[in-house]
Ligand binder design. Sequence first.
Ligand SMILES: [Zn+2]
Length: 402
Amino acid sequence: MLDLFPDPAHSDQRKLVIENIGLLLSGRLEEPILDADTIVAVDGVITGIGRASDCDTDDADIIVDACGTTVCPGLIDGHTHPTFGEYSPRTDNHSWIFNCLHGGTTTMISAGEVHIAGRPSDRIGVKALAIAAQRSFSAMRPAGVKMIAGAPLLEEGLLEEDFQEMAEAGIELIGEVGIGSVADVETASRMVAWARANGMRSLTHTGGPSIPGSRLMAAEEIIEIDPDVIGHINGGHTAFAHSEIRCLCEGCSRAIEIVHNGNSFAALYALRLATEMGQLERIVLGTDGPSGAGVPALGMLRMIAMLASFAELPAEQVFCFATGNTARVHQLPQGVIAPDRPADLLIMDRAQGTAGRTLLESVELGDLPGIGMVLIDGVPLLRPSRNTPPATVLPTARRVLA
Ligand SMILES: [Zn+2]
């Protein structure tokens, strides 16, 4: 029986070998499938990828036999709303991050800690909340998931020096522009530019209001604000008219985010535009959970299956939207399987009973894969997923005693 290490930071495991990989997905659109059957990771970082005979597999602490199944990068949910730890007051949910880990999500990115009761909107309070969230999630990974949090909303009264101060404190991302009190495009544009000048990224609340307090911005306003990510282009929950979505996709070159808790028809329209423009590298995925729509524990996988099947795109490309694309936009080291990258990995197989003959075909038919194992920083955290349908073939793992 494999030991479970809920906190990779406290694992004594040094070297991991994954052997007998049947299909290796890289997370990179340029080369989504790698010709390799073995991954080696030391201290949580990938050191070798290739054929078994070409890799240094000696002295492993843990050997995982993928048994011919598929390995891909852990999924990055680019749009979440954490508070602190695992609790979400918005949906009164106590273990939503744990359940998303069981849906293959190994990294989450906060789009704003908007659900905290009595969320401060004054200068000091905005900065304090952002820094507290960043510190909290940096010090403790809920369920083992990497949470990039501390995403302040734009509030009236913030000064340029506040963005500098937050950046110096480790804040990397501005929460959804359009939810805070800043309501005019000029102020929002100015603050987004201040954030960018200090190395911080930004995204917008795109589409109709999600909850009382968020507002509707026109597509032209969003282009003028020039965020790094057009947040939930398929609405949160209510989507723009298709003409406005086209205006956004064609009017700027920024990342196009599609979320689970949005409008599926609009999602497919935006994806079709990006496909026609030859710009699939702009597509990034998120759930926008937890929200009033609930916690989509399998939201990332459901979107991958939905987009691959309805948009008739190769599944190996769609997995890149949820991994390498998001990592590139958010400047994260994880999300691709390559040397010197964190070994955040999923081992999965076609679900039992699917009509698909292979994992990729099953996803292209709209079925979810079965996750057999999730590893973060090279440490197996769960085996198998309790939330996906059961995999046809499960990997095995054994600890090698010194
Ligand atoms: Zn959101």
